[in-house]
Design a protein around this ligand. Structure first.
Ligand SMILES: [Zn+2]
Length: 112
């Protein structure tokens, strides 16, 4: 009857809790305190079971999100290269700057 839960794509954890807010929106949150990956939010239609709805959304999240993340990152890198190029920085400096920005972005995503 119920769909099997996919582990957290970030920490591989399987301890997830249900989070609810107004307007019948629910999502699963990773219980690993170093991770706390969320969602996405899903709307409960009719008398559907909140956990099942949230679980379906959770299970379909990684693929969709990774595609979007990859697109966003590619866009960002093009932007950074353009900025770095116009500053006539050395290859080493450009690499250092971009690497630092990627690291920062990755840390934000793991937390969000
Ligand atoms: Zn996690």
């Amino acid at each position: 009857m119920s769909e099997e839960l996919k582990p957290c794509p970030w920490c591989k954890g399987t301890e997830l809790s249900l989070s609810e807010r107004s307007h019948n929106n629910v999502m699963l949150v990773c219980e690993n305190n170093n991770c706390r990956a969320e969602g996405p939010w899903a709307k409960i239609e009719g008398d559907a079971d909140p956990y099942t709805i949230a679980l379906k959304a959770w299970n379909t999240r990684p693929a969709k999100n990774l595609e979007k993340l990859a697109d966003d990152k590619a866009e960002k890198i093009i932007e950074w290269i353009t900025i770095a190029d116009s500053n006539e920085e050395s290859h080493h400096t450009i690499k250092k700057v971009i690497s630092g920005l990627i690291l920062k972005a990755l840390k934000q995503e793991v937390q969000s």
